[in-house]
Design a protein around this ligand. Structure first.
Ligand code: ADP
Length: 686
């Protein structure tokens, strides 16, 4: 019905293994993804570093060009000093001082004959010692180009060994100049390629790098810096000069380059770590959820076992009255399967057709939100075979996790068995009641037959006496007046005795008459004096027979009792008769020797401030022995030969049905007092 059975252990193990493989796969994939991300991030960094290096190489080349152009201007300024050789030389020396990349400045005439020259003081040791540097062999060619283009032209580079171990790679720049007085000529400037690298590239850019000029074929011409690193990034850019093409190459260690872009890789690593951590947390959360799921499954299984073992039917309905849940006990009760019951609305298949209208009204009350009694209500359901059976339904609202009512949950008890037992009990109680009444009535009848003898005998003797008087008067007519008086008295006595006998018979008839409704008390306002009067004829007869004085005491203005008149008369008669029988004839019953029965009534106020009447019947007999006292109210317990043993138990039942209590106590100096209480009929009472 509601829950599924828990999975078997091997199936669960296989599922766990499968889950383990899935997790392993997830972790491997994630690691692969993270590895790839790190590699890609590094590649990206390298590509960025490479691009930055190439940009820097371009900037260096443009710096070198700018520097060379500035130097050309410096040379052009030198033209004005060609009048005076000394001043030219001084100026040339000044230029050489300022420009460490230059090794020599020459002034040549139009035929390239040397007119003047100065060497850079920085290269004195290389250029002036040992061999003299003659200059480039293709100088004339480059000067011719310079003259033609009116722009500086460069010769190809040339290695000048100079002092052993300190050779220089040199390049010459020829600039055609014309002088106002001395015609035209050329200025030839020798550059040290290494000097160019040193002077024209910013110091910061040189740090840690290897920067070099190479031929187009890769032959290295000049180099700046050395490398301590194995992994180098390399960028090279063409430096195209008029008459000369070279490559500028920068090599930069990767370690240096990665520093500024390290952030991306570390970001990827941090993110990966976070991802792994998240994965771990997810796994932990999953474990908690699985645990909760297992607990829930166990709780469900437990609940199901509990519901299945219940004999009480359980039924849940939504707010529209459709059945959403039933337990096996309920299905068994109504003889329908869960498949038939679940989802059915109003009228329910187990409602007896003749009660559908009433049940629908009840349902409407429930839907209107009125709360039902907690102790439940009785109803009648119908089994699948059409038989009706009584049920007790206890309903409670069904509240969901959000605190909203989603329907009703009902517990249903089959009352068939309970009703059967109750009916049996009632029947046996009624039988007992009837038996007791019959026994008492029989007893009373036999008593009456005996008691009626007395008035009847009296009537007979009075009648006989009167007849005698009449016969006598026939003989001696006329009848004397005393005789007439005697006859009148006799006839009056006859009438009195006949009336007494009639009263006795009426009271017995009243007593034995069954009520219209068996077992139901007909409560009414009964004056206490009336009660006493009703029992007096019978009681008086008995008392006289046993020579017992009867004393009745009722308080003045005694309030009436609320009771069933005949039943209470029966109780009083029973108690009085027991008291009389406790004082047998001609037997010294007690130390007092009194043969007297007292019946008294008192008004008593209870602790709840309610008035009640206390009836007491006191005899002067021998009292109760402990053995008799223990079984006093046990039905059929009697110590009398002709007794039934039902009187006292019947009395107690009657008094308790009236809401009172029957008690007894030993009287002093002898005898027993039986007391019972009755409610006072207030004005409102019927
Ligand atoms: P029954 O009178 O038919 O025996 P009861 O139930 O009235 O049945 O009384 C049960 C027994 O209780 C009596 O047999 C008697 O022994 C004892 N009993 C009842 N009332 C008195 C009494 N006033 N004094 C002594 N014994 C009594």
């Amino acid at each position: 019905m509601s829950s599924t059975p828990p999975s078997s252990v091997p199936a669960r193990a296989a599922w766990w293994q499968q889950r383990g493989v899935l997790w392993a796969l997830l972790v491997v994939l994630l690691l692969a993804l993270l590895g790839t991300a790190i590699i890609l991030a590094q590649r990206f960094q390298e590509a960025q570093a490479q691009a930055a290096l190439e940009l820097e190489a371009h900037n260096m080349v443009s710096d070198i060009r700018t520097g060379l152009n500035r130097n050309v201007q410096t040379l052009q300024n030198l033209q004005n000093l060609t009048d005076n050789e000394e001043s030219w030389e001084a100026a040339a020396l000044e230029i050489l001082f300022q420009h460490r990349e230059m090794t020599r400045l020459q002034w040549r005439d139009a035929r390239l004959r040397l007119l003047s020259e100065r060497h850079s003081p920085y290269y004195d040791d290389v250029l002036q010692q040992g061999m003299v540097y003659e200059g480039s062999q293709d100088l004339s060619a480059s000067c011719a180009v310079a003259k033609r283009s009116s722009a500086p032209a460069f010769s190809s580079s040339q290695f000048w060994p100079g002092v052993p171990g300190r050779g220089l790679e040199l390049i010459e720049m020829c600039l055609a100049v014309s002088f106002p007085n001395a015609g035209s000529g050329f200025f030839v400037m020798s550059y040290s390629l290494q000097g160019l690298l040193q002077e024209m590239i910013a110091r910061e850019a040189q740090r840690g790098r290897v920067i070099s000029f190479t031929e187009v074929d890769g032959t290295r011409l000049a180099i700046l810096g050395t490398s301590r690193y194995e992994r180098m990034l390399m960028a090279q850019v063409v430096l195209e000069l008029p008459g000369q093409v070279m490559m500028l190459r920068i090599e930069s260690p990767r370690e240096l380059l990665t520093t500024p872009t390290w952030g991306i890789t570390s970001l990827v690593i941090v993110l990966s770590a976070l991802l792994l951590m998240l994965l771990g947390l997810l796994g932990y959360d999953m474990r908690l959820r699985l645990q909760a799921q297992r607990n829930l499954a166990e709780a469900l299984a437990f609940r199901k076992a509990m519901e299945d073992s219940l004999v009480t039917g359980l039924r849940a309905r939504d707010l529209q009255g459709r059945i959403t849940y039933v337990n096996p006990a309920f299905c068994q009760m109504v003889g329908l399967s869960p498949a038939v019951l679940l989802g059915t609305g109003i009228p329910a298949p187990y409602w007896p057709p003749e009660l559908i209208d009433e049940y629908q009204r009840r349902q409407a009350v429930r839907l209107a939100g009125q709360t039902l009694p907690r102790e439940g209500f009785e109803s009648v359901f119908m089994r699948h075979d059409g038989t009706r059976f009584p049920v007790l339904i206890i309903e409670a609202p069904l509240i969901n996790a959000h605190g909203q009512q989603t329907g009703w949950m009902s517990a249903i008890l089959d009352l068939t068995e309970q009703h059967r037992i109750e009916a049996l009990q009632r029947a046996s109680q009624e039988r007992l009641h009837a038996t007791a009444r019959l026994a008492t009535a029989g007893e009373m009848a036999s008593l009456l037959s005996h008691e009626l003898n007395q008035p009847l005998a009296a009537i007979a003797s009075y009648a006989h006496g009167a007849l005698n008087l009449l016969d006598f008067s026939n003989l001696h007519t006329p009848m004397s007046s005393p005789d007439v008086e005697d006859v009148r008295l006799a006839v009056r006595r006859i009438a009195e005795q006949a009336e007494r006998a009639g009263k006795v018979i009426r009271s017995v008839a009243d007593f034995v008459r069954r009520r219209e409704q068996d077992g139901v008390l007909a409560r009414e306002r009964v004056p206490v004096d009336g009660l006493m009067e009703a029992i007096m004829p019978l009681l008086g007869l008995q008392a006289r027979k046993h020579d017992i004085q009867l004393h009745i005491h009722t308080p003045p203005k005694c309030p009436p009792a609320l009771c069933d008149r005949t039943m209470i008369e029966q109780v009083l008669l029973n108690l009085a008769r027991n008291g009389i029988q406790a004082m047998p004839d001609n037997t010294p019953t007690s130390a007092s020797g009194l043969r007297r029965l007292d019946i008294s009534v008192a008004v008593h106020t209870t602790t709840e401030h309610k008035e009640e009447l206390v009836f007491a019947v006191r005899d002067h007999g021998l009292g109760l022995t402990p053995e008799v006292a223990t079984h006093l109210f046990t039905p059929f317990f009697t110590t009398k030969a002709e007794g039934m043993g039902l009187g006292l138990s019947l009395c107690r039942t009657v008094i308790e049905q009236h809401g009172g209590a029957l008690t007894y106590e030993a009287a002093q100096p002898s005898g027993t007092i039986f007391r019972f209480t009755l409610p006072v009929a207030d004005d409102a009472a019927v």
